[in-house]
Design a protein around this ligand. Structure first.
Ligand code: FRU
Length: 485
């Protein structure tokens, strides 16, 4: 294998080495964000599924810790530790607490390939989440099924009980269970066969969020990872009400809404135990075909989840977590760039000789598309003399009303461009473009739409420009940070 340091993100999480997929057990404890993740500790490909572990104080810099829950191998059974969640059992409902200290409890899917079986297991930690002990009474939920996975558990304050949201992937069904002690679970209701049912359903989560931040208007966000055939993969969401038993969709069953319009964002789950009313998620960016080494897979930027009223109904908006902006604001002046009221006709190169030439930057821009046919940014540009050899174009197409990400080589598109329908608001388009070596996340209009993809530029392909083609646009405002090494 060939090492690929040029594709190792600097401000997104990657394991030091080997494979990762889904984030698991996201929980905030005493000022620390814990991230567990689907991990193969031995190889740079899927297998030996275990929960890897890392922590962060700012959601940007991660400290790597030993595997927290390893696969369980006995003479006749291999148990893989599939996706799930972690909770702080504040009232020691489980009885796993020790010396008056609340235990952490992980609720995960035990996948037993030999038995072709998935059931829900629990494990507890008395050392702050470093190590876990499997509960001898496992499984705690078992339907004797091959596909039954990804429990997401939250504490329901009103009902004073635990709620588990878990998927029956092939049936396009979600089940809700409740429990008083995390051990005995009772089926509450099912939700399914709505929205996008063209691919299996995985990694569900149900999250209460105050609409427009108004604490008298609580709605429930149900997110499900499910292939979106319009892109190669995807996550969908539903908004509705939850009465402690049943989820009621705000929209008719056929209505579809997507979390992210790119090919790579998947298996995202929210953090548990966050202070205040904030809800924040991490997603996995699927690595596709391109081999990175010695690691594979990365997490998205932490995204705050917002529900906003729109004329069409309540919609999900996502923003890079507000926690991250505190870190950006502390960066030295040399790592910041600011522009205002620049007319765009053709290209405007951005950045200096060193700054913003490392493919690890974060741009926030407000553009007036004006008469331009296309406007936006050309990034990860590779030059040969003064000829452009390759680049990725993040462009708004006025006529189509779409934000398009197109990877271009020798003047030709490589692969299908990724696109999302968007509209300027009062003539202006807001773009937050986060490029981190191989990951590219674009938030449009304050996160009304998000599109995430992976790019694998050649070494030295680091050029950056704003542009307007066939007409004139205006760069009303640009603020950018260089996070590169
Ligand atoms: C989603 C998923 C989950 C499962 C895990 C196994 O990517 O398939 O449904 O728990 O990955 O690694």
């Amino acid at each position: 294998a060939v090492p690929t340091p040029q594709w190792r993100p600097v401000y997104h999480f990657t394991p030091p080495k080997n494979w990762t997929n889904d984030p698991n057990g996201l929980i905030y404890l005493d000022g620390v964000y814990h991230l567990y993740y689907q991990h193969n500790p031995y190889e740079n490909k899927w297998g030996h599924m275990s929960w890897g572990h890392a922590t962060s104080k700012d959601l940007l810099h991660w400290k790597h810790l030993p595997v927290a829950i390893p696969e369980i191998v006995t003479k006749d059974t291999t148990t893989w530790i599939f996706s799930g969640s972690a909770v702080l059992d504040q009232h020691n409902t489980s009885g796993f607490g020790k010396n008056g200290k609340a235990p952490l409890v992980a609720i995960y899917t035990a996948d037993q390939p030999k038995q072709k079986k998935e059931s829900q297991f629990i494990a507890y930690s008395n050392d702050g989440g470093l190590t876990y002990t499997n509960y001898p009474g496992n499984p705690v939920v078992d339907l004797n099924k091959k596909d039954f996975r990804d429990p997401s558990v939250i504490w329901l304050e009103d009902q004073q009980q635990w709620l588990m949201t878990v998927a029956l992937p092939a049936a396009h069904k979600i089940q809700f269970y409740s429990s008083a002690d995390l051990k005995e679970w009772k089926l509450l209701s099912e939700f399914g066969d709505q929205g996008d049912t063209r691919k299996i359903w995985e990694c569900p989560s149900l999250t209460p969020i105050f609409v427009d931040g108004d604490t008298t208007r609580k709605k429930w966000l149900l997110m499900i990872s499910s292939g979106n055939p319009d892109a190669a993969t995807g996550m969908q969401y539903f908004v509705g009400d939850f009465d402690g038993k049943t989820f009621t969709n705000d929209h008719p069953p056929g209505h579809k809404m997507f979390v992210d319009y790119g090919r790579t964002f998947y298996a995202a789950i929210p953090y548990n135990n966050l202070p205040g009313n904030r809800q924040t998620m991490l997603g996995w960016l699927m690595p596709f075909e391109t081999p990175t080494w010695p690691w594979r897979g990365q997490m998205s930027i932490a995204r705050d989840l917002l529900l906003k009223s729109t004329p069409e109904g309540v919609r999900l908006f996502q923003q890079p977590s507000e926690v991250l902006y505190a870190v950006l604001e502390k960066l030295p002046a040399a790592r910041k760039m600011q522009k205002e009221n620049v007319t765009l006709r053709g290209e405007l190169p951005l950045g200096g000789a060193k700054q913003f030439h490392n493919n690890a930057w974060w741009i926030e821009a407000e553009l007036t598309p004006g008469t331009a046919e296309t406007t936006g940014f050309k990034i990860a540009r590779q030059m040969s003399g003064n000829k452009v050899v390759a680049e990725t174009v993040v462009g708004y197409h006025s006529q189509r009303g779409e934000l398009v990400i197109a990877q271009v080589k020798d003047g030709k598109g490589t692969g299908e461009p990724e696109r999302v329908p968007v509209k300027p608001v009062n003539g202006k388009l807001k773009l937050q473009v986060l490029l981190d070596k191989s990951s590219l996340e674009v938030f449009v209009n304050g996160g009304e739409k998000v599109i995430t993809t992976l790019i694998f530029p050649e070494k030295g392909a680091t050029g950056l420009a704003a542009f307007a083609e066939n007409g004139e646009a205006k760069l009303d405002r640009l603020k950018a940070w260089d996070l590169g090494k």
